[in-house]
Design a protein around this ligand. Structure first.
Ligand code: AMP
Ligand code: MG
Length: 402
């Protein structure tokens, strides 16, 4: 039985193979934070577009040396000088304003005396003092960003500077979350006998958002074919559909057959891991890009672990991000006895340079998971792992939402 299960690495390779970057589209600058550019962007003009004063003061000819000048004009920022500065002359100028013709230096007010029609420079000015020559920051046509750049706040400022108001980017994947189960009630309801609240809905939407996706909760589907089909249909109108529950081998586990009926092609069903064995992955051909479908097992920790292991990397790939290796090898802080026919992803905490397992009562125990900030992978078998034994660790707190 265990032999037929797909190893995690193989399952992950299949997911990655089907998770291709979404087609790029243009978005406004206010919506572009964290998204990778899908084009090179060049400067539209020289910057600064003119020789620019960097201080409030007087624009002068350095060759005239220190001493008196006659003030011929006032140039606040945003206005254009009308007069050429001749020998013995100066223009009063404000920070950011255009240097008048003839001038080649700015002397700040603090280095002068008098503020009427005449002014005295205390020191000899040097050419280029307190001004930024045209094109010093960038030249028109110069490439500022290459495709692939993940946009940060200061990048958005620079895109605004060069008038690139709608950059071409790889968008965030839109993910629909559907919970299933006749015994599951909304998270704001009081469960009757035999019922439980829907913990997976909000948890999975939050996992989607933390992984950089746009998460929507679509609904709570019943364990009957018609009701489930209705919600799955709605769920499929997204880049990714994440279902929880109804994917095991029970009579009321209808997710695999409903997906099949709606044309979803299952790539695998059942993986060698604990918790999370019944995981199903498939896709539905749509015009353009397919919808990826994950049927996660209903137990909350199983759902959570399968998301982190398989859905998160898929979302990163759709979003055009290369996550790189997430698993680290760390020594166990304490020895453990472990017995399982499958590799176990055990809630754990990063403890200095080591990893420590937290008490955990299995796939329904969200309380135990809540104490964890990592998953430690305990290999299949019946054995003791001594303190210091290296184990693979998946940290959980990375945030790709921006
Ligand atoms: P299933 O995968 O549907 O067989 O569900 C496995 C276990 O997870 C059952 O005990 C369910 O009651 C529970 N479960 C399923 N869906 C949820 C959910 N959305 N929130 C909390 N528990 C769930
Ligand atoms: Mg169920």
């Amino acid at each position: 039985m265990a032999k037929e299960l797909l190893p995690v690495a193989t399952a992950l390779a299949i997911v990655r193979e089907h998770a291709r970057p979404l087609p790029p589209r243009r978005v406004g600058l206010l919506d572009a934070l964290g998204l990778p550019l899908a084009e090179d962007v060049a400067a539209d003009a020289d910057s600064p577009p003119f020789d620019k004063a960097l201080m409030d003061g007087y624009a002068v000819r350095a060759a005239d040396g220190p001493g008196e000048r006659g003030v011929i004009e006032d140039v606040p920022a945003g206005t254009v000088p009308t007069r050429t500065v001749g020998p013995g002359e100066a223009t009063r100028i404000m920070t950011g304003a255009m240097l008048p013709a003839g001038a080649d230096a700015v002397v700040p007010f603090e280095k002068t005396e008098g503020d009427g029609p005449r002014v005295r420079l205390l020191n000899p000015p040097r050419p280029g003092d307190n001004l930024l020559p045209r094109g010093r920051e960038m030249r028109a046509g110069e490439v500022l960003f290459h495709a692939g750049r993940r946009l940060r706040p200061q990048d958005l400022g620079l895109l605004a500077t060069v008038g690139h108001a709608e950059p071409l980017v790889v968008p965030r994947p839109v993910v629909h979350v559907v919970s299933t189960g006749d015994e599951v009630v909304p998270w704001d309801a009081t469960p009757g006998p035999g019922q439980i609240r829907n913990s997976n809905g909000p948890m999975l939407v939050a996992q989607v958002r933390r992984a950089g996706g746009v998460g929507h909760f679509v609904g709570l589907a019943p364990d009957d074919p018609a009701g489930l089909e209705r919600d799955v249909r709605r769920g499929l109108e997204a880049d990714v559909l994440v279902l929880s529950g109804g994917v095991s081998a029970g009579k009321r586990d209808l997710v695999p057959e409903v997906l099949e009926r709606l044309g979803v092609r299952a790539m695998f069903h059942k993986v060698a891991l604990k918790p999370g064995k019944p995981l199903l992955f498939g896709d539905l051909a749509r015009d353009g890009t397919p919808t990826l479908v994950f049927g996660l097992p209903g137990n909350p920790v199983s759902s959570f672990v399968c998301f982190e292991l398989f859905v998160r990397p898929a979302l990163a790939a759709l979003a055009g991000r290369d996550e790189g290796p997430r698993v680290r090898l760390l020594p166990l802080a304490e020895g453990v006895n472990h017995r399982s026919d499958r590799p176990t992803y055990h809630p754990a905490v990063l403890d200095g340079p080591a990893v420590r397992l937290v008490p955990w009562f299995g796939s329904a125990d969200l309380r135990g998971l809540g104490a964890a900030d990592a998953l430690a992978v305990l290999p299949a078998g019946d054995h003791r792992l001594e303190a210091g034994s290296p184990v693979e660790v998946l940290p959980l707190e990375e945030d790709a939402s921006a």
